[in-house]
Ligand binder design. Structure first.
Ligand SMILES: [Zn+2]
Length: 346
């Protein structure tokens, strides 16, 4: 299996994030996550770890708005210019607003105003290397998409993306995500026909939902913790099934806290039936490992065997599949869990 990885992700390494209750804590979405995954997948027989190709901005512009990309590209330099004292302590600070836009009619002029306009929450602090890391992550996803698209292609590929992407909407960052890697890969693959994105991260893929909500050429399915009690709270409900031409082409499967292998696998079967009916030309998987029991951000109880079985059932669809890394924060177990999923794909 071809695996795309770019160490540029290390440039996005904020010193902190802010948890509920105002706790300033070390950034949980850490570069070490990638080290652990790499270590585990290097032990796989057929792992071929490659640098991504640079696809330029056009495939990213096809998913994210121009004003959002302009913000991401210039946010750090604008922040430094607005707060010269930041430069002296740039390894300890980050661009993080205290005010967020509930209403998004008018983009403000100042960098803090814009940050509140384009950021959803306190898990997306912007540092000097954030944009470079996000671009490299998107190129990993695009390289994985390109790999599965040729007629002599191997049937699946893996993009070891960091930052993750599925919470990033058309013009909003949130939940550790800046560019929606899975959406960018899926959009690129639509040139060959219909695409399905199946999101098996613990959290609802609200960004992916936002991007494709009115479209019928990309079926989006997300299985996740019920947003009635879990982040991202404001999207991911069962009654959200698309709009306009996209009505019926988005599906959410919210599940309760404590969901185990048996309950999850029942839901995966429903998702697989939807994908079979839709008959896409390719599949993009948003792969999160925060469904694993004991994840510090999750409340499901999946086992490594269960995660392997999920991979087995999805792979049995026999579709060209680009697997895109999303969340997963039990760093000690993360690598082996990813390997347990990937081993069913070739
Ligand atoms: Zn997650």
């Amino acid at each position: 299996m071809k695996i795309f990885y770019d160490k540029t992700h290390c440039l996005h390494n904020p010193a902190f994030e802010v948890f509920d209750g105002g706790q300033r804590v070390p950034y949980l979405e850490s570069p070490e996550r990638m080290d652990r995954i790499l270590k585990a997948i290097r032990k796989m027989d057929d792992a071929e770890i490659l640098a991504p190709r640079d696809f330029g901005l056009d495939p990213i512009r096809a998913v994210h708005s121009e004003q959002y990309l302009t913000f991401l590209a210039s946010a750090w330099t604008e922040w430094l210019a607005a707060t010269p004292e930041t430069a002296a302590a740039s390894d300890k600070t980050a661009l993080m607003p205290a005010t967020f836009a509930a209403k998004r009619d008018q983009m403000p002029e100042t960098i803090l105003g814009k940050a509140g306009f384009f950021l959803l929450d306190l898990s997306v602090p912007i540092v000097e290397g954030t944009y470079s890391a996000a671009l490299a992550s998107a190129n990993c996803a695009l390289s994985a998409a390109e790999t599965i698209s040729s007629s002599i292609a191997p049937p699946s590929s893996f993009a070891l993306c960091r930052p993750p992407g599925h919470h990033a909407g058309r013009e909003i960052a949130g939940g550790y995500c800046f560019l929606n890697n899975a959406a960018i890969a899926a959009q690129w693959l639509t040139r060959f026909g219909q695409v399905t994105i199946l999101d098996v991260d613990y959290h609802a893929g609200n960004g992916t939902q936002d991007i494709f909500y009115s479209r019928s050429d990309v079926l989006t399915i997300s299985i996740h913790a019920d947003p009635a009690f879990e982040y991202p709270y404001y999207a991911g409900y069962a009654q959200e099934t698309g709009a306009g031409e996209g009505l019926g082409f988005h599906r959410n499967f919210p599940l309760p806290a404590g969901t185990d292998d048996t309950a999850y696998l029942t839901t995966i079967n429903q998702a697989i039936a939807l994908i079979s009916d839709y008959a896409p030309s390719s599949l993009v998987i948003s792969l999160g490992m925060d469904t694993y029991g004991g994840d510090p951000l999750g409340r499901f109880k999946l086992t490594r065997e269960g995660i392997g079985e999920i991979g087995h059932r999805i792979s049995a669809l026999g579709l060209p599949t680009a697997i895109i890394m999303e969340g997963g924060y039990n760093t000690d177990e993360l690598g082996e869990n990813v390997a347990a999923f990937l081993e069913h794909f070739r």
